[in-house]
Design a binder for this molecule. Structure first.
Ligand code: EPU
Length: 433
């Protein structure tokens, strides 16, 4: 998307034009407390629609996307109470089956209400999310799966309209592994008649976290975390209380920050089990990493080695860490090939990194990154959430001043990111315009 179109989109959304200014070149040292996972919290908050009564969720991150989902749930009739990172939701008043365009276009994960709405209200009218900057991101597999459970589905005026007097369990095979698709159908199937088997299901920790909360609510689910999930429908669910798992992408982003700046960072309240691939890859770049219970201690090396990465569904290398690793490879010794296999357009950060002095060539879905001795600060513009994070990382290691524009993407998925970086010694500030 051309830069002009980016800006008109911002104005269209009425988003604030904050920017982040970084004076690069400092080595980062100290402790960072990792927040709750955005991508676990979103489906879990939505799962409140499946039962009447007050559900309690702790460790919910304070993010724009979380505000968006709360707004959507309230619009559907749920009541919400908040106290710091604790959120209580009662969907006893669930009455409205419609997720409007204005909310869905701001956050694609809004599609997660489709399965629960059909399961509870027998009908749903949810705006089609459309594409976003990283790819077309169709939802055909969500719809195909829901149809297999007996819903009749029509696409009208940009909306999905789905109806089912009763959902009935069935075998569902995903042609492509889809995270929110697996979550949506798991939530639809828990209240269906009979048994649903999801094959080639996503194994991401966020899927397991959702299954855990559904099981606490009384659902019968087996196999979450493997590629075959079996769900035996139950007549009703009851509310539950759960703590949101730590954000593995936030954890990985701070790990890369340490590796990149020759830093010494201790990450607290994280889940090392979910970080095994990232830990393995960072060790290959020469980072020194020690794991102790729920903490990860990482010390960056003076000489970063190049490695190749290929994004894959979990437990493969996460696409949500690709942009951050590319920054690390930009100043590594040697050549790195980074292949993006999940989203077709997730290299938009490359042109901005090149403006900061990185030597990157794209060929199809692969980027060839030749390490350079240093990056230089520049004004840059971010195209999506993880690209924004990568530009912040690039600014932290670059010589001179970097100005990251279009920061609202960052606020969708990183809680108080600049405050966390200031605490470990970064010269970074937010400027409100
Ligand atoms: N796909 C289809 N049809 C579908 C669904 C997906 O073709 O019906 C394709 C997608 O186009 C993509 C692939 O399947 O090529 C995988 O997409 P997936 O459905 O897994 O992505 P998602 O569920 O929309 C979640 C995360 C993303 C993360 C991806 C991949 C949430 C709310 N979002 O998206 O997170 O990149 O899985 O791991 O869980 C982010 O946090 O920045 C972010 C983009």
């Amino acid at each position: 998307m051309p830069v002009g179109a980016f800006f008109s989109e911002i104005l269209l959304n009425g988003e604030q034009m904050d920017k982040i200014i970084i004076e690069g070149g400092r080595s980062l040292k100290g402790e960072v407390k990792i927040s709750g996972s955005k991508n676990a919290a979103l489906p879990i908050l939505v799962s409140s629609l499946l039962a009447d009564g007050w559900n309690t969720y702790n460790n919910v991150p304070d993010l724009k996307d979380i505000q968006s989902i709360k707004l959507l749930l309230t619009g559907l009739g749920a009541r919400i109470e908040e106290d710091g990172s604790s959120v209580r939701i009662d969907a006893g008043g669930l009455c409205n089956p419609e997720a409007p365009y204005e909310l869905v276009r701001k956050m694609r994960a809004s599609i997660l209400v489709l399965g629960p709405l059909v399961a509870r209200l027998k009908k749903a009218r949810v705006s089609l999310p459309g594409g976003c900057s990283i790819g077309a991101r169709p939802i055909n597999l969500h719809l195909k799966g829901l149809a297999r459970l007996g819903a009749s589905i029509e696409l009208k005026h940009g909306y999905v309209e789905a109806f089912a007097d009763r959902l009935t369990g069935n075998e569902i095979y995903f042609d492509i592994i889809t995270v929110t698709g697996t979550e949506n159908l798991m939530m639809a199937a828990v209240l269906a008649d009979g048994i649903t088997v999801l094959r080639n299901a996503a194994c991401e920790p966020e899927v397991v976290a959702l299954a855990d909360v559904l099981i606490k609510m009384g659902a019968d689910i087996q196999g979450a975390g493997t590629s075959v999930i079996t769900i035996k429908g139950v007549p009703s669910l009851h509310p539950a209380s759960i703590s949101i798992i730590p954000d593995r992408i936030e954890t990985g982003t701070f790990m890369v920050a340490a590796a990149l700046t020759g830093g010494d960072i201790k990450l607290l309240n994280c889940e090392p089990d979910h970080m095994q691939t990232i830990i393995h890859k960072l060790r290959l770049t020469n980072a020194d990493i020690k794991v102790n219970n729920k903490n990860i201690h990482i010390i960056g090396s003076n000489e970063i080695s190049s490695i190749d990465i290929k994004t894959m569904p979990y437990p493969g290398f996460p696409t949500d860490m690709q942009a951050q690793f590319m920054v690390l490879m930009s100043i590594a010794k040697g050549l790195s090939i980074i292949s993006e296999t999940i989203f077709e357009n997730r290299f938009i950060h490359v042109s901005e990194l090149k403006r900061m002095g990185a030597d990157i060539t794209i060929s199809g879905n692969a980027a060839m990154v030749k390490g350079v001795p240093l990056l230089s600060g520049a004004p840059v513009i971010a195209s999506d959430l993880r690209a924004s994070a990568s530009l912040i990382l690039a600014g932290l290691v670059a010589r001179g001043k970097t100005e990251v524009n279009r920061v609202y993407h960052l606020d969708r998925g990183y809680e108080a990111i600049e405050k966390k970086f200031v605490k470990i010694g970064a010269a970074i500030k937010r400027v409100r315009e």
